[in-house]
Design a protein around this ligand. Structure first.
Ligand code: TXA
Ligand code: MG
Length: 329
């Protein structure tokens, strides 16, 4: 596998754009997390992604497109509130689930009658899509990209995470575009737009308050639609994640054998004998460092991570959601 610096670009995007056709995998950064990419019209390339991830075939993928106009090509019906969301938050960390058009194959949607669509703001995803558009002449062409991690594990927020995640699974013919660290750090907000009102399927940087402000509608919080990131147990490192509060943490004592990591906002002190994994200053920082900290816990062979949740403002809601799932056994 090659690691490309962000300086040697154009040629690599063209390579990245054609690569899924000749069998290799491509990991592409987005502002949320890194994705494992394949042309969304190529059943074989998509099948390889499922195999590399170990992902069950009925878990649908997100289709990344270059611009909001492509939404109508993938959707059978787009409600007005979804258009408002798209014009406000795309390109950005938001995915809309819409009723699918004939363009969205069963191999991408997991056989559901809806499809998830996103326009990422990351210049490398954008450049890869641009290369693919000029290659195919199709402005609505999509790149299917799940987070570039093994199924159920922690999502990658750097090129190195992708390499660690797939060492021994993907090889020399595969490609990772190195876009540095993802600036948001947790996956996109997923909003189900198949009905009269929006429903929040996964918390992310676009918050419930944002949805209310832009659509004038209060989103539903549950949906019959399946989302694998909404399985109870997900985003899990090997270490046990245990949720605690600041006073509970203060009362916990590390024994000699236990190797305990601490993840909390900087205002929470580290008890003696424990390993501080990260000390983010804000909820946004917490989201950005979260997955790297969980990976670090495994690299240090810690047995337990004690996590103190932030409040639910801004990206705090997404951090709480991911930590709860990571803690669920
Ligand atoms: O930030 C992100 O969204 C990243 C980057 C790479 O774009 N992608 C990502 O993909 O998180 P993935 O596959 O790890 O998570 C996508 C989620 C899954 O939980 C999947 O079940 C859900 O989106 N999803 C996809 N299509 C859906 C659909 N038609 N209906 C409901 N949920 C869907
Ligand atoms: Mg994922």
């Amino acid at each position: 596998m090659r690691l490309n610096g962000p300086m040697q670009l154009t040629a690599d995007y063209r390579v990245a754009a054609v690569r899924p056709r000749d069998g290799g995998l491509v990991a592409v950064p987005t502002e949320t997390v890194y994705g494992l990419a394949a042309r969304a019209d190529d059943a074989h390339a998509v099948a390889r992604i499922y195999a590399a991830k170990g992902r069950p075939a009925d878990h649908p993928l997100i289709v990344h497109v270059a611009q909001a106009l492509a939404l109508d090509e993938w959707a059978d019906f787009v409600p007005e509130y979804a258009r408002r969301l798209a014009s406000e938050f795309w390109p950005g960390p938001m995915t809309l689930v819409v009723r699918r058009s004939a363009r969205a194959g069963d191999f991408v949607t997991g056989g559901q009658d809806s499809v998830a669509v996103r326009v990422s703001s990351h210049p490398m995803m954008d450049a890869t899509l641009s290369a693919l558009i000029s290659l195919t002449g199709d402005p609505a062409i999509g790149i299917a990209a799940p987070s570039a991690n093994r199924f159920g594990r922690v999502s990658p927020t750097s090129a190195k995470h992708v390499l660690d995640e797939f060492s021994g699974i993907i090889g020399d013919e595969d490609l990772v575009l190195d876009g540095g660290e993802s600036t948001i750090g947790v996956e996109s907000t997923i909003i189900d737009c198949t009905d009269d009102i929006p429903r929040l399927l996964r918390a992310g940087a676009v918050t419930v308050d944002d949805i209310v402000r832009v659509t004038g509608l209060t989103p539903g919080m549950t949906s019959p639609v399946r989302a694998s990131g909404t399985l109870d147990s997900h985003y899990a490192p090997t270490a046990d994640v245990v949720i605690t509060d600041a006073s509970g943490l203060g009362a916990t004592h590390a024994t000699d054998e236990a190797r305990i990591g601490v993840l909390a906002l900087a205002s929470v002190p580290t008890p003696i004998g424990m390993v501080r994994l990260s000390a983010p200053e804000t909820n946004d920082d917490y989201a950005r460092v979260l997955y790297a900290a969980l990976r670090e816990a495994d690299a240090l062979q810690l047995t337990t991570v004690l996590a103190v949740l932030p409040d639910d403002s801004g990206l705090g809601a997404a951090v709480i959601d991911r930590l709860r799932r990571a803690a669920h056994s």
